[in-house]
Design a protein around this ligand. Structure first.
Ligand code: NAP
Ligand code: ZN
Ligand code: ZN
Length: 349
């Protein structure tokens, strides 16, 4: 016995997303069932649906920025009750036994099956996972987050991926007072990076393709805003930053951006473009710079991020849309016309 729920799915790399139904499993002893209220649109949803990372198993029901309200709990559930406000991010299970799972870094699970993605992945029994562009979901309580009362559910949704994906490297590489942080790309991830790094006390600069969104960038907390289409930006800011967070979904001239780091500075690649990055030796070796990457965040750090956002009043700038607008929203994200996260009102699915 399963429960049939409404969803939006992509049936191929080229078809628009359309309304359909999917099955959700019956409540197991450790499961939490919840009604989805809002689901954010992440650029990763678009990469996946379009097959840009390969390996999409259609139909794909995307959505890994999910916020809702608990409707039922399994007999052994201890952390949640009916009526609780909850969220689910990019994964719904992992091995729970490897060193990284033990450390609460489930996104880096090295055990059998690894991190089990919220969609386009499989459950332990081999059944496909379907994401948040749907009306209800069943998830093990260990992979469910608590949404603080101070954060509305529509604004909480994007924190589950965009928020934690920038939070994790900002924390890991010690963004804070006396640190000069640059954020490349003012989209979903980028605008959260500006807000969070500012709240952590860092001095933040935005590097955007143009100056179109400058007013927003400064309002969100940045002290400087530069256009990367202007070659002067790269001479003016050479060697300036301790930390650069790259959120761009396309391939950039890595040499040019590495040149903006100070001695021992770090560029964290968060964008996941279709093609490999090209990294020449000189800007890297010349100043003992580091190029690294980071992937989303574990359950404990996601909860820390949510609690920090509630305490510091940090929330995303969103545009709530009806489900029928998803395909248009995808177009707008691809053309960098999003301010700064589309969030689907699940009652319209
Ligand atoms: P988004 O909202 O589309 O933001 C990306 C921003 O990058 C755009 O708003 C734009 O900012 C800039 N940009 C886009 N195309 C560009 C180009 N051709 N050249 C230069 N800049 C360009 O996307 P998102 O949801 O924030 O996701 C960003 C990337 O991170 C995606 O590749 C996504 O898959 C990836 N991601 C990774 C993780 C992870 O765990 N590492 C998690 C989530 C997402 P400006 O207009 O300001 O230039
Ligand atoms: Zn995402
Ligand atoms: Zn593991």
């Amino acid at each position: 016995m399963t429960t049939t729920v409404s969803a939006y799915a992509a049936n191929s790399a080229t078809d628009p997303l359309t309304k359909t139904t999917i099955e959700r499993r019956d409540l197991g002893p450790h499961d939490v069932a919840f009604d989805i209220k809002f689901a954010g649109i992440c650029h990763s949803d678009i990469h996946t649906v379009k097959g840009e990372w390969g390996g999409a198993n259609y139909p794909v029901v995307p959505g890994h920025e999910i916020a809702g309200v608990v409707t039922a709990i399994g007999s052994a559930v201890t952390r949640y009750q009916v009526g609780d406000r909850v969220g689910v991010g990019c994964f719904v299970d992992s091995c729970r036994e490897c060193e990284n799972c033990e450390a609460g870094l489930q996104q880096y699970c090295t055990g059998p099956g690894g991190m089990r993605g919220t969609y386009n992945s499989t459950e332990r029994d081999g059944s496909p996972t379907y994401g948040g562009y749907s009306t209800a979901m069943v998830v093990d309580e260990n992979y469910v987050l608590r949404i603080p009362d101070a954060i509305s559910l529509d604004k909480a949704a994007p924190l589950l991926c965009a928020g934690v994906t920038v939070w994790s490297p900002l924390r890991h590489w010690n963004a804070g007072p006396d640190k000069r942080v640059a954020v490349i790309g003012l989209g979903g991830l980028g605008h959260m990076a500006v807000k969070l790094a500012t709240a952590m006390g860092a001095e933040v600069t935005v590097l955007s393709q143009s100056l179109k969104k400058m007013e927003d960038g400064l309002r969100l907390g940045a002290v400087a805003y530069h256009a990367t289409s202007d070659p002067d930006t790269f001479t003016q800011l050479a060697g300036r930053f301790d930390l650069i967070i790259n959120t761009v979904s396309a391939n950039l001239d890595m040499a040019a951006y590495l040149g903006l780091l100070a001695l021992d500075g770090t560029l964290v690649e968060l964008g996941a473009p279709e093609k490999p990055l090209v990294v020449p030796f000189f800007p890297l070796g010349a100043m003992r710079r580091s190029l690294t990457g980071s992937m989303i965040g574990g359950i404990p750090e996601t909860q820390d991020m949510l609690d920090f956002c509630a305490e510091h009043d940090v929330t995303p700038e969103i545009e709530v849309i009806e489900a029928s607008y998803i395909n248009e929203a995808y177009q707008r994200v691809v053309s960098s016309d999003v301010r700064y996260r589309f969030v689907i009102d699940a009652s319209t699915i």
